[in-house]
Design a protein around this ligand. Structure first.
Ligand SMILES: C[S@@+](CC[C@H](N)C(=O)[O-])C[C@H]1O[C@@H](n2cnc3c(N)ncnc32)[C@H](O)[C@@H]1O
Length: 308
């Protein structure tokens, strides 16, 4: 789902008055930095302008990935959610997504160590920030939903396990973790999944079971439209980008997970549809023929990531 136009206009106005040449050069520098320096724990955003450019070219994509993951989680998780903690909140894309899908949340706490990210976030929304380093600081706070969106891949291995324990201790009910949909991002999600199950967590989404995951690369994709400014600063003229993400939603209480989750975009052929799905018994290939009427109709309208 795209970031609503009002939010997008507010976001892009952050770059009013700067030269396009400067913005382009900053964007290409951040893209390089993220390519080579993730997974090391470095702080990559080192000025307010860098933080603004980063928000303009990344926030619409991280917003849409988180929206998708949360939507799929809420299809299965029906308990009330009153409060959230957004860990490594950056300029707040995931919290903005939560506010759109769960408008009755009473309390938002955004934890972030980078002062430039916080400054940009404060110009986009009114949520409460706490200056917090996930690797160094401890905080005695709790919320129903504790989330992180594209954060844990920025930590080194030891800090990551520590961070997951902190998130688990902070939650009253569930945690939702979204990472890039790369093979590395998925491996990270699988490690987190195994660890949280081993300490008593219950899968909400996307998996249909709490057993061993035999998937080699479980990821989903979301199409995000690109504005003129986005094309100007990031380059290329495709009207959209496909944002790949992997995620895991885990609850402290028992939840009934889905029976069948679609893993790849349905292959639609004349008279039949092929689906690759994950089930309790493992990965399967299902064929629905036109004769299966209702199921065929449902499969034709579905996307990777949906339950069926
Ligand atoms: C890729 S950005 C994602 C930001 C935001 N969650 C989003 O979805 O747009 C990663 C964020 O994690 C923050 N971060 C990285 N390591 C952190 C740490 N040790 N403690 C707190 N925040 C951290 C960074 O400062 C940055 O804001």
């Amino acid at each position: 789902m795209d970031l609503p136009l009002d939010n997008k206009n507010q976001l892009e106005s952050l770059l009013d008055g700067y030269s396009l040449k400067e913005l382009k050069s900053i964007a290409s520098n951040i893209i390089e930095q993220y390519k080579y320096n993730s997974y090391k724990g470095d702080d990559l955003i080192n000025s307010l302008l860098v933080s603004k450019v980063y928000a303009v070219y990344r926030l619409p994509a991280t917003y849409s990935a988180f929206t998708d993951a949360l939507k799929h989680t809420l299809e299965l998780y029906k308990d009330n959610i009153d409060s959230i903690i957004d860990v490594g909140a950056g300029s707040g894309s995931a919290s903005i997504a939560v506010s759109h899908l769960l408008p009755n949340i009473k309390s938002y706490t955004l934890l972030e160590r980078n002062k430039y990210m916080i400054e940009v976030g404060k110009s986009l929304h009114n949520f409460n920030y706490i200056n917090y380093d996930l690797s160094l600081d401890n905080l005695d706070i709790k919320a129903d939903l504790v989330l992180s969106n594209y954060v844990l891949n920025e930590l080194d291995h030891n800090s990551r396990i520590n961070a997951i324990n902190k998130m688990w201790n902070m939650t009253n009910k569930l945690i939702l973790i979204v990472e890039p949909g790369t093979p590395e991002g998925f491996n990270l999600i699988r490690e987190i999944r195994d660890y949280l199950i081993s300490i008593g967590g219950h899968i909400i989404s996307p998996c249909p079971h709490n057993g061993i995951c035999l998937n080699t690369w479980c990821h989903f994709s979301n199409r995000v439209s690109r504005s003129k400014l986005h094309k100007d600063i990031k380059g290329g003229d495709a009207p959209y980008e496909d944002e790949k993400y992997s995620y895991i939603a885990i609850s402290k209480g028992e939840v009934t997970p889905c029976k069948t989750r679609i893993l790849r975009h349905p292959q639609i052929n004349p008279g039949y549809i092929n689906l690759e799905v994950c089930t309790k018994e493992g990965i399967k290939h299902i064929k629905y023929s036109k004769k299966d009427k209702e199921l065929f109709k449902k499969a034709r309208k579905s996307n990777a990531g949906d339950m069926i």
